[in-house]
Design a protein around this ligand. Structure first.
Ligand code: NAD
Length: 364
């Protein structure tokens, strides 16, 4: 069987890590037809927009995509191609498993945490009021009229929106995931003590949904406390479910616990569409240098193989990556922080090493 998969190279380091991942995916023996789609800087040059319509068409048709990272310009231009893609396809789950592979450099042990981040609302809803505009003046008047509070006239606003609908579906996903993957506990993360009508709603829904899952333990934690507890004793956490913004921060924190962004995979999931991409961004300063670690994207490829039902090949690829990490010979700079430049592998050499291991596991 041949799988039709949309392949998005991305920009910055995207094309390098995507090419390395494509090579190892093909080396598993699984047959892919890659439907190439363009997003980000490359698409801007070719089509005059960083988010061309053909990307949506291709992903909707194939239902599965493997995506390299894409740069988001700060403060101007397109708000975010990534956010627009996730919202446009209603990819409401951001699933990021973080575990320590033996051989990575980290002071932590036995971390195995799954971050489940709501992907479509919260402060990412994109509803903002710019300082000094007539619509912001109207908003200031409304706040004064309805809340009796005078906000500063020179304020800008970004709306934090949390709905029952999106909270219900993400928390349900977290519990279903926990059940399906033999996980013991789901922890809801919030700041409900301060944001009573947004995070408070998220927490109330989480508590309600938790009652439907007697077999899974449930608790909740305030996000600042979570940060402290994660760096003190991360082993106490299993599955975390979070609104969008906290999910962003906590993902990076968890990536740090397990050895860095170079080994932090991810997936964006909707009802019937899945887009697999690493946690990391486009790291523009390393673009084109054959330097960065492609393993985060390769591990996203492992997740994709599981999604396609190619369990044996997924396991074989993960084992091959794990063995390359454990040997520590053909790994990039981030996994060998104390080595001189000459002693670290480049992006494409990592792919060669993983492919060699794949061949070995095929024979054994
Ligand atoms: P980044 O994740 O791109 O890089 C931060 C640092 O992490 C890098 O400088 C590098 O030291 C390290 N790093 C990242 N990926 C690595 C890898 N594969 N191997 C080794 N080291 C790696 O974060 P940033 O610099 O804040 O963001 C750059 C751009 O990427 C921004 O425009 C941002 O919006 C975008 N971004 C895109 C996505 C996405 O496409 N899903 C995700 C996050 C950030």
């Amino acid at each position: 069987m041949t799988y039709n998969v949309t392949l998005i190279l991305g920009d910055g380091i995207g094309p390098e890590v995507t090419e390395a991942t494509k090579r190892v995916m093909e080396a598993t023996g699984v047959a892919f037809h890659w439907d190439l789609a363009y997003l980000g800087d490359g698409a801007q040059d070719m089509f005059g927009t960083p988010l061309p319509e053909h990307v949506f068409k291709s992903i909707k048709k194939n239902k599965v995509a493997l995506k390299g990272p894409v740069t988001t310009p700060v403060g101007s231009g397109f708000r975010s191609v990534n956010v627009a893609l996730r919202k446009g396809l209603d990819l409401y789950v951001c699933l990021r498993p973080y575990k320590i592979y033996p051989g990575v450099t980290t002071p932590f042990k036995d971390v195995d945490i799954v971050v489940i981040r709501e992907n479509t609302e919260d402060l990412y809803c994109g509803i903002e009021f710019e300082e000094g505009t007539p619509e912001t003046v109207k908003l200031l008047e409304l706040i004064l009229e309805t809340k009796g509070e005078a906000a500063r006239k020179d304020s800008g606003f970004s709306l934090k929106m949390i709905s029952k609908t999106c909270s219900q579906r993400i928390v349900r996903f977290a519990f279903d995931y926990a059940r399906a993957h033999n996980r013991k506990k789901v922890t809801a993360v919030h700041k409900a003590n301060i944001m009573k009508f947004s995070d408070g709603l998220f927490l109330a829904i989480a508590r309600e949904v938790a009652k439907e899952y007697h077999d899974i333990e449930f608790d909740d934690v305030i996000v600042d406390t979570l940060c402290m507890r994660l760096v003190r004793r991360p082993q106490q956490f299993d599955v975390l479910v979070l609104p969008n913004l906290y999910g962003d921060f906590i993902s990076e924190l968890c990536a740090g616990l397990v050895g860095g962004l170079g080994v932090a995979p991810g997936a964006n999931l909707g009802e019937d569409i899945a887009v697999f991409e690493p946690t990391h961004g486009s790291a523009p300063k390393y673009a084109g240098q054959n330097k960065v670690n492609p393993m985060a994207m390769m591990l996203s490829g492992v997740m994709m193989l599981h999604h396609l039902g190619e369990t044996k090949n997924a396991d074989r690829l993960e084992k091959a990556i794990a063995e390359v990490i454990a040997e520590g010979k053909n790994v990039t700079y981030d996994l060998k922080p104390d080595a001189a430049n000459a002693e670290v592998a480049g992006t494409s050499q990592v792919a060669d090493a993983v492919i060699e291991k794949l061949d070995k596991f095929k024979e054994s």
